[in-house]
Design a protein around this ligand. Structure first.
Ligand SMILES: Cc1cc2nc3c(=O)[nH]c(=O)nc-3n(C[C@H](O)[C@H](O)[C@H](O)COP(=O)(O)OP(=O)(O)OC[C@H]3O[C@@H](n4cnc5c(N)ncnc54)[C@H](O)[C@@H]3O)c2cc1C
Length: 397
């Protein structure tokens, strides 16, 4: 513990000395920051300076082994770095699905060659990844996926379609689930494959969300070519790898929500005061007061539970099925936050664009609409409840 306290002091001093003034106070959450990648335009000079300084210390991926460019630190130490960045509201140096999804999965399941090839490129922000799981006929029933892959020597030829692929249009590589044995039981004919997206055989098309934003895409594989050396976990053995990655994904979503919700009860209360014209004392609307209090209690409980689960994961090294609990609770809480924000703002909370409504994340209407997807993305609430029933509570199927 004394060591960790000393570590914290060192981290604090280093951040003080190195975090560019222009970035302090700009952090929005744990997962808002520089995404890197070949398609990403050169970042602004402060972001680049901060990224380079952290990279040199291995702090773009603090817990990854130093041989891949990581910091070789414990989860507790990484948590301290994150807390100290949060303290001065400086964004993480690098974010993305490489760091939180495919990277940890490769550390668990990748060959030495795969780790050496892909992990340093993630750490250095050179390659941005997206997730090619869902298909038009395979979302909750993911194992029913139809994208076909045929092994031809040391090549894999891929044909089919993915959908809802977040940031596919901005990504360089995709980790995809493909069917390599159409005759086997559905989970047993699936292979986990890494595919370079910058080739003629891969095209992407953005999909507009009801919020007016387009964070995700359809991805089409038309004789796309991958290499057998980029099969993770073995041919037809992808289902185990796929499930492990979903654990990392849910855990990432849970943590992201924790960061996004921290302090929101104060924001909502301040907004209620402003809209109801009450500077101090109890809010005049009793039902709103009660909803705000309930939200505040649940937000605190969520943060405490997230911390307890994170500590368990520190001991075991990987997220357990509890990540489904955080996914369900966090996404419902996030929806309540935007319900409340909309209710509080009244007519001022309903608007699409033009004065006084911005078109960015400050727009309450768009955020409320975007939050409808929270209980779907990363696996729907109903599916998470099934996982909790089976794997956490041990109920019969
Ligand atoms: C914003 C967003 C980003 C996403 N990003 C990605 C991404 O990057 N990569 C990717 O691969 N996918 C992504 N997805 C897809 C996401 O994983 C799927 O939408 C999700 O798994 C649900 O699948 P579906 O949309 O096909 O719905 P369906 O599976 O068709 O489900 C429809 C409804 O039926 C319910 N249902 C289905 N089966 C059952 C059951 N057995 N028991 C009870 N209820 C059931 C569901 O809960 C849901 O309410 C994203 C989705 C969203 C909304």
């Amino acid at each position: 513990m004394a060591d960790l306290e000393q570590f914290r002091q060192e981290v604090r001093a280093w951040i003080e000395a190195n975090a560019p003034a222009g970035l302090r106070g700009t952090r929005k959450g744990r997962f808002d920051g520089y995404w890197g990648g070949r398609l990403h335009p050169e970042p602004d000079p402060d972001v680049k300076r901060w990224f380079d300084a952290c990279l040199e210390r291995g702090w773009t991926a603090p817990t990854w082994p130093a041989e891949y460019g990581g910091g070789g630190l414990s989860r507790a130490e990484a948590e301290i770095i994150d807390e100290e960045m949060e303290r001065v509201k400086v964004p993480p140096p690098l974010v993305g699905f490489g760091l939180v999804m495919i990277g940890p999965t490769l550390l668990d399941f990748g060959t030495d060659e795969q780790k050496a090839e892909h992990l340093p490129k993630i750490v250095r922000g050179e390659v941005r990844w997206c997730q090619g799981y869902s298909e038009p006929g395979a979302g909750s029933d993911l194992a029913g996926l139809q994208t076909r892959a045929e092994i031809q020597g040391d090549k894999v030829i891929v044909n089919g379609q993915k959908v809802w692929t977040s940031y596919a249009d901005k990504s360089d590589w995709i980790f995809a689930l493909v069917r390599t044995d159409p005759d086997a039981k559905k989970q047993e004919g699936i292979t986990f494959l890494l595919i370079d997206m910058l080739q003629d055989g891969v095209t992407t098309r953005t999909i507009d969300l009801i919020s007016g934003w387009s964070p995700f895409c359809e991805v089409f594989f038309d004789n796309a070519v991958a290499e057998t050396k980029n099969i993770v976990g073995g041919i037809n053995k992808g289902w185990t790898v796929a499930k492990a990655l979903l654990g990392y994904e849910r855990s990432m979503i849970g943590k992201a929500i924790e960061g996004q919700l921290a302090g929101t009860e104060q924001e909502l209360a301040a907004s209620a005061r402003a809209h109801l014209g009450r500077d101090d004392g109890p809010l005049p609307d009793a039902s709103l007061r009660q909803q705000l209090a309930l939200y505040s209690i649940d937000e605190q409980c969520y943060a405490q539970t997230a911390r307890r689960i994170a500590e368990t994961a520190q001991a075991t090294g990987a997220p357990g099925p509890e990540s489904s609990i955080m996914k369900v609770a966090g996404s419902e809480l996030k929806q309540r936050r935007w319900e409340l924000a909309t209710r509080i703002a009244g007519l001022h909370g309903i608007g699409w664009d033009g004065e006084p409504f911005s078109e960015d994340e400050l727009n309450t209407t768009r955020q409320w609409l975007r939050s409808r997807a929270n209980t779907i993305e990363g696996g729907s609430t109903e599916i998470q409840l099934n996982i909790i029933a089976k794997r956490v509570l041990g109920l019969p199927s």
